[in-house]
Design a protein around this ligand. Structure first.
Ligand code: F6R
Length: 608
């Protein structure tokens, strides 16, 4: 989603603002802009499309000035063109915004009735118009800002620059995150600490309801009534070097290949390798006495949660209620304070997941967060934080975060099993021993299947539709395979529980439709093979992702069989994620799509 940066510097800022925006590119955007103040003149450059268009504009018409704000826009209200790109400027007030001003229709009508003329289709412009109006009415900048914040409603992060005060940037948060960076004689503002990492690692995070008045050497933080509040300064872990693809063509490729390493970091946090047991940190939520667990998340994180449901129910005999966060929050599910809830989010900022978390919190549940960004809002608002330690994930399509989420959920489920007495010490040790094999097996599999995946992707890239099937924990993987393929290659794909095939989707099967069947040789193997028979009998082309025992046991003709090593059932979802990620990746590469920033998608979804 939209990215915000701001600098009050002691040297020119335009180039540095664009560099900082580059570090926010991963969030997804479709236009960009920058505004500065130089010798009392406020000026801006904006461009539709990628940042190189903005850079071109700036090289043709440079912007001077040592104070500025900049933005990457992911369109919500109004098409992604230059006119709608931020910053929006009205009478010497420049505004950039992430989120949605929900009452913008009413405000626009009111302002229009008073004679304001709007230049854009955006909700953001009402903020600039309101501020300009309050200044005309005689309020000073700070009073105008506070009045505006008490007038608009919705979810927003805002940065505002006033031509009449080039020494100050004001910012406010009510939803999407904002980080203030403390430099040497300079101050910075960004949507996250990653954007600011080349400048400083000393960060103050704004809380919801905070308004910051940032000047060259300091920041003053107020609530929306103007009362001072105090927020700590902390050292961010975001690395200044992470926007580097290394030897890889795309971040997604790099992140797929990082998985053996990052999973070992994740496991290192939850597993005691000496005793093959789960560390106490995994049972910070007391799983022993809860009657059930609620899990909620969005997209790929939700699918990790769905795998987790199988594990908690099987290994800990703990009933799990799971739903996508956008439904969970409105389902009016009866909840009781003796339950616990887990929220899974790579970014830790997803609006729907956060809203579900708050709903559970209001109902008195104990809250756990499985997050990648430990400084995120979801982490901050939780009772127990379970970091996945995947490192920054830049590719919009989640890969390493998914498998690290799985590794953490598997550890939590085993820990819960021990706490609830449904697993013995010996069973725990056996399961943990399998978990510790994941990094080695993943590294082996990545080497083993790479050439075959490239070859197969060439064929897939010619298809219009693809079906994925799986049973048990392979069912969420089928959904994830379809999600991954559609989001980066734009090929239509659907995932189904293999047993559901004959209840509808079987009608789609013909000789043009590849059916990707994910079937390790587990308890469900025979049943899944029966479903494959149904596909084969109708001329469907099967891509069979299985293991050595599965490949030996199935006699069905396939378009291709991808044979992975035999692994224990608990680690199969992590290992079987690799072929589905690589298939999606290479297919997208063949099709020439924008793999790391697929069209219309955002990395951190901070609006409903
Ligand atoms: C798909 C993908 C998304 C995210 C979803 C939730 O590859 O990345 O479906 O999983 O937007 O995001 P987080 O995990 O940040 O809450």
């Amino acid at each position: 989603m939209c990215g915000i940066v701001g600098i009050i510097g002691n040297q020119p800022v335009a180039g540095r603002l664009v560099d900082a925006l580059k570090r926010l590119e991963y969030r997804g955007y479709d236009s960009a802009g920058v505004a500065t103040i130089h010798r009392g003149v406020m000026d801006r450059r904006r461009a539709e499309g990628k940042l190189f268009n903005l850079e071109k504009r700036l090289s043709e018409e440079p912007l001077e000035g040592e104070v500025g704000i900049a933005h990457t826009r992911w369109a919500t209200h109004g098409v992604p063109n230059e006119t709608n790109a931020h910053p929006h400027v009205v009478d010497g007030v420049a505004v950039v915004h992430n989120g949605i001003i929900e009452n913008f229709f009413e405000l626009k009508d009111e302002l229009g009735a008073e004679g304001a003329t709007f230049a854009t289709q955006t909700d953001t412009e009402v903020v600039a118009q309101l501020l300009a109006k309050y200044l005309r009415e005689g309020l000073d900048n700070r009073a105008a800002m506070l009045k505006m914040l008490n007038t608009v409603s919705g979810a927003y992060a805002l940065a505002v620059m006033f031509k009449n005060d080039p020494g100050t940037i004001m910012a406010a948060r009510s939803g999407p995150p904002l980080a203030i960076g403390h430099g040497r004689g300079e101050m910075f503002l960004g949507s996250d600490a990653i954007a600011l990492s080349p400048f400083t690692n000393e960060i103050t995070y704004l809380h919801d309801g905070d308004c910051a008045v940032i000047s060259q050497g300091s920041v003053e933080i107020l609530d929306f009534s103007g009362n001072p509040v105090s927020r700590p300064r902390q050292i961010s872990q975001a690395s200044a070097f992470m926007v580097d693809k290394g030897n890889h063509r795309h971040f997604m490729e790099k992140e797929i290949h990082e998985q053996p390493e990052v999973i070992s970091h994740a496991l290192g946090h939850y597993v005691n390798f000496a005793t093959n047991s789960i560390s106490p940190s995994a049972t910070e939520i007391d799983f022993k006495d809860i009657p059930s667990l609620a899990i909620s998340a969005c997209g790929t994180a939700y699918l990790a949660g769905l795998v987790g449901k199988y594990w908690f129910e099987r290994y800990a005999r703990l009933p799990v209620e799971i739903d996508v966060a956008s439904e969970f929050r409105y389902r009016e599910m009866p909840l009781s304070p003796n339950q616990a809830a887990l929220f899974i989010s790579q970014s830790g900022e997803t609006a729907d997941t956060l809203a579900s978390l708050r709903y559970c919190k209001e109902n008195g549940l104990k809250i756990g967060a499985v997050v990648n960004v430990r400084e995120s809002t979801i982490a901050r608002e939780s009772d127990a934080v379970y970091p996945i330690l995947a490192g920054p994930e830049i590719g919009v399509a989640s890969t390493k975060a998914f498998t690290c989420q799985l590794a953490v959920l598997a550890s939590l489920a085993i820990g819960a099993g021990r706490a609830r007495g449904t697993l013995s010490v010996a069973q725990e040790q056996e399961l943990v021993r399998h978990l510790t094999e994941i990094p080695r097996i993943m590294a082996h599999v990545l080497n083993l299947i790479q050439p075959q995946m490239e070859q197969l992707s060439r064929d897939l890239s010619k298809c219009k539709d693809v079906l994925y099937l799986g049973r048990g924990t392979s069912y969420p993987l089928a959904l994830e395979g379809a999600l991954k393929l559609k989001e980066i290659s734009y090929i239509h794909a659907e995932g189904y529980a293999a047993g559901e095939l004959k209840h509808g989707p079987i009608a789609l099967i013909d000789e043009n439709m590849p059916v990707i069947v994910i079937a390790p040789y587990d308890r469900f193997f025979e049943k899944t093979v029966s479903n494959m028979q149904e596909v084969a009998a109708r001329g469907g082309r099967i891509i069979f992702i299985t293991d050595e025992r599965g490949a030996a046991a199935s006699k069905l003709p396939t378009m291709a069989t991808i044979t992975l090593p035999d692994v224990n059932e608990i680690i199969a979802p992590m290992i079987f994620s690799l072929p589905i990620q690589l298939l999606a990746y290479h297919t997208a590469v063949f099709m020439g799509t924008d793999v790391d920033q697929p069209r219309n998608l955002a990395k951190s979804v901070t609006v409903e």
